[in-house]
Design a protein around this ligand. Structure first.
Ligand SMILES: C[S@@+](CC[C@H](N)C(=O)[O-])C[C@H]1O[C@@H](n2cnc3c(N)ncnc32)[C@H](O)[C@@H]1O
Length: 267
């Protein structure tokens, strides 16, 4: 049984699209999919499909971090320099989730986090390439930044990014359905991530929100699907969010953006 699971994981990883994904997440998805009693071949397909839906789908073209790093190391090391800002925007365009936020980058963090500025420490879970938006966030210059996601190559790049620009940052790989980081910070971002996590654990959201250590959480939901459909999504996710926080005596401020609905929770 254990050997079969190992073979299944190795087979999934044989496709380069899945090679960089956190092993714990692949194993978790593999256990869920094999429980459905499929053949080995169909299980491989099902695991890859699920990983695609929750992670790879946000990176429609494979991202060449080698090329991005080459470009980065030709830039000045001041994160606020105009050419660095352009580089960050161009790079964020490669991940669907940050690309959708670009039109409102100037206001998204200033509006949603303005009441608690300046931020001295933050944790960005299931971050994608969002740490590249740091120059647009109301933080202190020496802000401590923690960020996690499930792609090893992305994590390595984010650590290179932090080092190059002298950011007090640390990126790490983490399957949130298995491990909730225990880091105390001013604010934790859980941006557009709950619907992905719920595809493998439908009870994750209340557990995640309750167990994250920081007193402030910035949570958001997309208002349109990856295919661009937006019918009723804002209202549906708003209702879902109200169910998740139901029963907690938390202060909640809500912010509407064209592609995203955000909530600042103060525990
Ligand atoms: C919709 S994107 C959001 C990215 C980023 N938070 C943003 O708003 O720009 C969802 C992210 O969740 C990550 N992800 C999916 N499943 C995960 C898991 N089990 N643990 C941690 N991250 C996960 C994906 O790799 C992807 O970067």
């Amino acid at each position: 049984m254990k050997e079969n699971l190992e073979l299944l994981i190795q087979e999934v990883q044989r496709n380069s699209k899945y090679r960089h994904i956190d092993r714990q997440l692949i194993e978790n998805v593999a256990i869920l999919e094999t429980a459905k009693g499929r053949s080995f071949k169909d299980s491989v397909k099902a695991v890859r499909n699920k990983l695609h839906q929750i992670a790879n789908a946000y990176q429609p073209t494979s991202i060449s971090y080698t090329k991005i790093i080459e470009k980065m190391i030709s830039l000045p090391t001041d994160l606020k320099h105009p050419s660095v800002r352009t580089f960050c925007q161009e790079t964020m365009r490669l991940h669907t989730s940050t690309r959708e936020r670009l039109p409102e980058l100037e206001t998204f963090f200033l509006t949603s986090l303005g009441s608690m500025a300046p931020i001295t420490s933050l944790l960005d879970v299931a971050c994608g390439l969002n740490p590249l938006a740091l120059a647009w966030m109301p933080t202190t210059p020496d802000v401590r930044v923690y960020a996690c996601d499930v792609f090893g190559d992305q994590i390595d790049f984010l650590n290179r990014f932090f080092t190059y620009f002298g950011i007090n940052g640390q990126a790490f790989s983490c399957d949130l359905t298995q491990t909730i980081p225990e880091i105390e910070v001013d604010v934790t971002f859980i941006l557009k991530t709950i619907p992905c996590l719920e595809q493998i654990d439908k009870n994750i959201a209340p557990r995640l929100l309750a167990n994250i250590k920081s007193k402030n959480l910035l949570v958001s939901f997309p208002t349109r699907s990856l295919a661009g459909q937006g019918k009723g999504m804002r209202q549906n996710y708003n209702q879902h969010f109200q169910e998740i926080v139901n029963g907690h005596n938390w202060r909640i401020s809500q912010f509407s953006f064209s592609n995203e609905e955000a909530y600042l929770i103060q525990k």
